[in-house]
Ligand binder design. Structure first.
Ligand code: BGC
Length: 790
């Protein structure tokens, strides 16, 4: 993979801390990326890390997962079956803004005389803090402290605790607390062409429906022009101060504010708590949402900020107890912070996903328009299944809720069964570029792969029978219908005209990854239905009637799986990515300067498609997901072949390569690749963190540690580890939830310990050796073999 630039955050601005990401100096050059890095969210509601004053800003961002506008996609040249409905997650009403004036002088970070500054993303507490001491032109020293929380417990709720104190004099303060519906797309002019960024939907899609003001509470209600989605956003305030003050409010269709005028005595604080509540819906009328918003505001205001913060702390303690990766390094002091940053952001993207998926950038930015991709099932699911299985289940249920749309889509494409959309919010395909979109049929198999892992790791067979089986029937049907038997003397099952994960190669025959994953999908469908018939015959019968399933169909899936053609080049000992791949010319990497990456921003797809050049793990991905189907020699040959021709232009790539490098004992390379994935956002490896956090790479970071370094393999529900010696770390500790039991794994220099922290007994494997942990004997320690041994 092409070398990447890892520029760690400079320590004089961002000092090292294990639990907090700290900024010690306001730094305009990092403004855009800090808006992403300091974002806080709960999976339903997310705020970019914009400063309270509202300016300076690159992108103001307040997002609600799945809250979108849609429009008919207009093609210059259309064709039958093209995706029809564009969908874009909207930047919604901004409630974060609090402007401050001291003796009428506005507080504006870039020009203010800042004496002290600290901004902290507190990953242990789940909050964002800022403390500033500002000296006004007339010499008044003003302390400004804020704490921002998006509640994990109450998904509609956020709050800011804001305190101003004039330290050395008295002064007149104006504190203006605002609410504003976005009226233009982006705050800063940005004309760069980048297909990954959201094109936006224009200013006029928020149709005002309601605005009310009462005392210190304001509420705005809107409906979205075409999608018809409804939104209510309300804010209320609580003031604590011994200073005298008054307030006045204004409320219009698209904006509102409560303005406090305070006669601040020297050293006497003015404390304001701003409660912010969002309710949204696909069908409830705005006035009903406004009613809900009022009720939520009443209860959260009554409980107070402290209770909100305590609940947040409890939630976070719980999260870290089951999800943390603790590392103790010899040298690299930032690793711990970086790992926690990644895990924290996954939590922020997923904690309260209920009835939606997870957008490619979570709720930190609108790149990829808030769409849900395979990122969720393949990159995030492993972490979620092993640490928060309830969230994993919610996500799979969400896919199930889209099954009817997937059936309809398959029909549109003249196929049987169901085809899940490559990218979507509503369940309708939103990719207007079918070659790298709809043609990625592997999405079906990816979702079924995640289903299988979920069922095997949690033991939740009920879910498999209630929801999974039906999805398996329709996806297996799809594959059986999409492929065909090629009777060129061999009787093989081929799948043509598809795109695999590598988007630098499109519409090919027999993409090895797709064929292998389809085979897995077909087999799992057949096994699961047999299990269902055996264990719950009445449910099987009912499902067979509902889906018009014939027994012969199941035989047909087995047959297709058995005959599935997997490209293999005996001479080279590798799996060609597809039928034509090896015939292409190899990209001229030597004469491609680093500035030409990512290639997708500098070369027409037709140019890229002509060469052997890879955007992201494809065959190597198959070797990770279905590793048991490759020999060690094949893995080595494939890795050696594909690594040098992979650009890693997708942030989804390096983690997968690192896992294979660990497995193959190429430890230096493995560590280098882990760094690319772990530092993706904090070191801006891809150069576009400003547009949002790379949530899949964050899940990839967890995978690189747990599947890579610790060598977890879980195919078929058999949990085994092959930990590697860690040259840079004294110890690494993580926990996994397995069928409601909690296992702790600690890898030290020469040994690994397995510890059953919760549960009666658990059987795992250390390499091939069975390890039984029980209440009486909850731990077991094993020696590690030398570095290159595996
Ligand atoms: C990658 C896809 C991924 C998408 C969203 C693209 O650049 O090629 O695999 O699903 O980004 O993260």
């Amino acid at each position: 993979m092409i070398s990447k630039n890892i520029k760690l955050p400079p320590e004089h601005i961002y000092p090292v801390d294990d639990w907090r990401f700290i900024q010690k100096k306001f730094s305009p050059q990092y403004l855009a990326q800090d808006e992403t890095v300091f974002a806080i969210a709960n999976g339903y509601l997310g705020f970019r890390g914009n400063h309270e004053e509202g300016t300076p800003v690159v992108q103001r961002g307040t997002f609600i997962n799945g809250f979108h506008e849609q429009w008919p996609i207009r093609y210059g040249e259309s064709a039958y079956g093209f995706a029809q409905t564009g969908q874009t997650m909207l930047n919604v009403t901004d409630s974060k803004v609090i402007r401050l004036y001291v003796d009428d002088e506005p507080f504006y970070l870039p020009t203010a005389d800042i004496k002290e500054y600290e901004r902290v993303l507190d990953m242990r507490a789940g909050s964002l803090h800022r403390e500033v001491i500002w000296e006004t032109a007339s010499g008044k020293r003003v302390s400004i402290r804020s704490t921002r929380i998006v509640s994990m417990e109450q998904r509609h709720v956020a709050a800011i605790s804001y305190e101003v104190k004039v330290l050395n004099a008295s002064a007149k303060l104006i504190v203006s607390s605002k609410l504003r519906c976005p009226t233009e797309k982006n705050d800063a002019e940005d004309n760069t062409v980048d297909p990954r960024k959201s094109p936006g939907v224009g200013p006029s899609v928020f149709v005002p429906q309601m605005n009310t003001i009462k005392d210190e509470r304001v509420l705005l209600g809107h409906q979205i022009q075409t999608s018809g989605m409804t939104l209510a956003c309300g804010v209320d305030h609580y003031i604590k101060t011994e200073n005298t003050y008054s307030y006045a409010g204004e409320c219009y269709e698209d904006s509102a504010k409560i303005v406090y005028t305070v006669h601040a005595e020297k050293g006497m604080p003015f404390e304001m708590t701003k409660y912010m509540v969002y309710h949204s819906s696909r069908n409830a009328p705005v006035d009903e949402l406004c009613g809900r918003t009022e009720r939520t505001l009443n209860s959260v205001k009554q409980a107070g900020f402290e209770e909100l913060a305590e609940n947040q702390q409890q939630f976070m303690d719980n999260f870290w107890a089951r999800s943390d990766i603790e590392v103790s390094m010899y040298k690299d002091r930032r690793t711990q912070q970086c790992l926690r940053f990644n895990l924290f952001h996954i939590l922020q993207a997923s904690a309260r996903v209920e009835g939606t998926g997870i957008g490619a950038r979570g709720l930190t930015g609108d790149a990829y328009e808030g769409h849900y991709f395979w990122d969720t099932e393949i990159y995030l699911m492993p972490f979620l299944i092993y640490t928060s299985p309830k969230i994993a289940k919610n996500l799979l249920r969400f896919r199930y809720s889209l099954l009817d749309k997937a059936r309809k889509r398959a029909k549109e494409l003249n196929q049987k069964g169901a085809l899940f959309p490559w990218r979507t919010i509503t369940g309708d395909e939103a990719s207007a570029f079918f070659a790298a979109g709809t043609a990625q049929y592997h999405i079906n198999a990816d979702i079924m792969y995640a289903l299988r892992k979920y069922v095997e790791v949690t033991g939740d067979e009920e879910f498999l029978f209630e929801y999974g089986a039906e999805m398996l029937i329709e996806t297996a049907r799809f594959w059986a219908d999409l492929g065909f038997y090629s009777h060129n003397g061999k009787d093989e099952f081929h799948i043509h005209g598809v795109t695999g994960p590598d988007e630098y190669t499109a519409i090919v025959n027999n993409n090895a990854f797709t064929n292998m994953m389809a085979r897995e999908n077909l087999r799992y469908a057949s096994q699961s239905l047999q299990l269902l018939e055996k264990k719950r015959p009445e449910k099987f019968e009912a499902l067979a009637i509902d889906t018009d399933l014939k027994k012969e169909e199941i035989e047909e899936w087995e047959n297709a799986a058995t005959k599935m053609y997997i490209p293999y080049d005996k001479e080279k000992g590798i799996h060609p990515q597809d039928d034509e791949f090896l015939k292409k010319e190899i990209w001229d990497f030597e004469n491609t300067p680093l500035e030409s990456y990512p290639l997708l921003l500098n070369f027409h797809p037709l140019v890229i498609y002509r060469f052997q050049v890879i955007k992201q793990a494809d065959v190597v991905m198959a070797m990770f997901l279905l590793g048991h189907e490759f020999s060690k020699e094949q893995k080595k040959s494939n890795f050696d072949y594909y690594d040098p021709i992979t650009t890693g232009d997708s942030s989804l790539s390096s983690c997968v390569y690192s896992i294979l490098a660990f497995e193959l004992g190429i430890l230096d390379r493995a560590m280098e690749l882990v760094r690319y994935t772990a530092w993706m956002d904090l070191a801006d490896v891809g150069g576009n963190v400003k547009d949002g956090a790379h949530i899949a790479a964050m899940g990839g970071t967890w995978m690189a540690i747990v599947y890579g370094l610790a060598g977890l393999r879980d195919y078929g529900g058999k949990i085994s580890f092959r930990p590697k010696k860690t040259p840079n770390a004294k110890a690494i500790r993580f926990r996994l939830t397995l069928r409601c039991k909690l296992l702790e794994v600690v890898i030290e220099r020469d040994k690994v310990s397995y510890l059953l922290k919760k549960g009666d007994n658990l059987t795992i494997y250390h390499r091939e050796e069975e390890v039984r942990l029980t209440k009486r004997q909850p731990s077991c320690t094993k020696e590690l073999e030398s570095a290159n041994c595996n």
